[in-house]
Ligand binder design. Structure first.
Ligand code: MG
Ligand code: MG
Length: 264
């Protein structure tokens, strides 16, 4: 069942998104070579609780931590560890979710660890751009396939792989609600989008193939060919015009179009 949110509900999701945005900014600033992914998780949990929110990942289907830390060829669901020390030249995707006043927000960013190779920075840039290409299509009366098609088109134009086994999702009172939001698809196909739908759109883009493997821990998912993968996610609200990015307060589509990189 796909829920439609009213303005009062959207306002609660807006507040949750604003808190999450601030936390992810702080986590990104804290990333440096030599730190363990577990220390980043401890900082995340402290920030979430200090804001009066609840970490939604912690104990979710048994997940042991408050963030997923997915380094280099890890696509998603990396479990923070005190033996995993970040190295210069790596990239880390930080995926974080929280509940504030009963409403969920979910967002992920990929950040460099120290100096990284230009081609790896490009992967991060294109993955973010894939999100915005998809988000542009998240407008009432479009179809779900329009979003996936837009994400896939930009990724494949750059010879990147679009992870298919993992998707975005509806979000609201629960972290994962209907519908699934794939990062590939056919334009004009799938569920018709409606004003008031709230979804997490989250491209996961690899420098190589889109095949993935599950790690022995039952959580960590890596690219099968070992290529680096980036992840970028926001919780958005669909309306009649361009969507509101609930986990990115202050974002303006006007500014975005003014600064858009044309060559990507
Ligand atoms: Mg997430
Ligand atoms: Mg998500």
């Amino acid at each position: 069942m796909i829920f439609l949110r009213n303005e009062k509900q959207l306002d609660k999701m807006r507040k949750a998104g604003a808190v999450l945005y601030e936390i992810l900014q702080k986590l990104a600033e804290a990333v440096r070579p030599g730190m363990s992914t577990l220390s980043l998780d401890a900082y995340a949990e402290e920030l979430i609780r200090r804001a009066g929110a609840v970490p939604s990942f912690l104990n979710y289907q048994g997940f042991p931590n408050s963030i997923c830390t997915s380094v280099d060829d890890t696509v998603v669901h990396g479990i923070p560890s005190d033996s995993e020390i970040l190295k210069e030249g790596s990239i880390i995707s930080i995926d974080c979710g929280l509940i504030l006043d009963g409403w969920q927000s979910d967002s992920a960013i990929t950040v460099p660890v120290g100096a990284i190779a230009p081609e790896v920075q490009r992967l991060i840039d294109v993955t973010e751009q894939c999100f915005f290409e998809g988000a542009k299509m998240a407008v009432a009366d479009n179809r779900l396939g329009d979003i996936g098609y837009a994400v896939q088109s930009l990724a494949e134009k750059n010879n990147y792989g679009v992870i298919r086994e993992l998707t975005g999702h509806g979000i609201g009172k629960n972290m994962h609600e209907d519908p699934n939001v794939p990062n590939y698809g056919e334009a004009g196909k799938g569920v018709r989008l409606k004003s008031g739908m709230t979804i997490a759109l989250e491209p996961m883009i690899s420098m190589g193939s889109y095949d993935v493997e599950m790690h022995d821990d039952g959580w960590r998912i890596t690219t099968a060919d070992g290529s680096f993968c980036a992840h970028y996610e926001h919780t958005i609200a669909i309306g009649e015009g361009l969507p509101e990015i609930l986990s990115y307060p202050g974002f303006s589509w006007d500014e975005y179009f003014k600064n858009a990189k044309e060559s990507i």
